[in-house]
Design a protein. Structure first.
Length: 277
């Protein structure tokens, strides 16, 4: 569900946004410090899905400790803010502002030693996500989308990102986390129609794929079965780089579900014609 903690969203000034962005960097630092001792360390994995009789849904101590670290900082410095996190649920605040957290998006990559995972931190103003962070502490890469721009922090440098032009599906590189695990049979049929027309498709990536989209390394990401914490941080990142994020029917993507993100509006329109059938 969309986050609306008050009748009206908070009006954030430029100094407000700058201070909250600095705080978001601190949240990402705390998350990375909690996660990294667990990466490639052979730690135990719990199957949340199996405990509920559902499909495999892994979680690690790194997920839980990272979210705990983020929540502790928010509680200490912004106790009026709400929190919605994958591992520890919702804590409504007295302010319209809510932090939306996925401590490790891409847990399957994490537990198999791959680098295509990240921490997602969004700030929702009560109406929409206005700030988004994608942090990959192992590679030392961080994307932050804020106020209509996206910056990439890595190796001591900061670079403003732009998506690349791609006007036709036949020229596009399209990615999805998994070609069938997260798609229903009907959704698989629609994705295959895209795959048949695209220049190339790639699989895997979770949140990392959206970072590559913002960098201009690929042209579209098509997903389904997403939760709010899977997508809210990525919306300001993709949009700030000049891209588009919607549901498969062209609607508001912040609640998750069927999501398509594109680097070029012209390509996005072509994808919607296929996906909205």
């Amino acid at each position: 569900m969309a986050i609306r903690a008050a009748d009206e969203p908070t009006v954030l000034t430029q100094p407000d946004l700058a201070a909250l962005a600095a705080f978001a960097h601190r949240l990402a630092d705390a998350s990375g410090a909690a996660i990294m001792p667990h990466f490639r360390a052979g730690r135990a994995v719990v199957d949340k899905g199996g405990l509920k009789g559902e499909a495999y849904d892994p979680v690690t101590e790194a997920d839980r400790e990272a979210e705990t670290a983020i929540r502790a900082l928010i509680a200490a410095e912004h106790p009026d803010h709400g929190i919605l996190g994958e591992e520890h649920g919702a804590e409504p605040g007295t302010s319209p502002l809510t932090w939306v957290i996925d401590p490790i998006d891409g847990t399957r990559a994490f537990i198999t030693g791959g680098p295509q995972w990240g921490t997602l931190i969004a700030l929702n103003d009560g109406e929409k996500p206005v700030l988004g962070v994608l942090d990959q502490p192992f590679t030392g890469e961080r994307w932050i989308g804020l106020d209509g721009r996206t910056d990439f922090h890595a190796r001591g440098k900061v670079e403003r990102l732009r998506t690349r032009p791609c006007s036709a599906l036949g020229d596009a590189v399209v990615t999805s986390t998994h070609p069938w695990s997260y798609f229903t049979p009907e959704e698989q049929t629609l994705f295959r129609a895209i795959d048949a027309r695209a220049r190339m498709t790639r699989f895997g990536g979770d949140c990392y794929a959206y970072g590559l989209l913002a960098m201009g390394c690929l042209d579209a990401v098509v997903e389904s079965a997403l939760k709010p914490w899977d997508i809210q941080a990525l919306i300001p990142i993709v949009e700030g780089a000049g891209g588009v994020v919607t549901t498969w029917t062209g609607g508001d993507p912040q609640d998750g579900g069927q999501i398509v993100a594109s680097g070029d509006e012209r390509l996005h329109a072509q994808l919607l014609k296929i996906l909205a059938r």
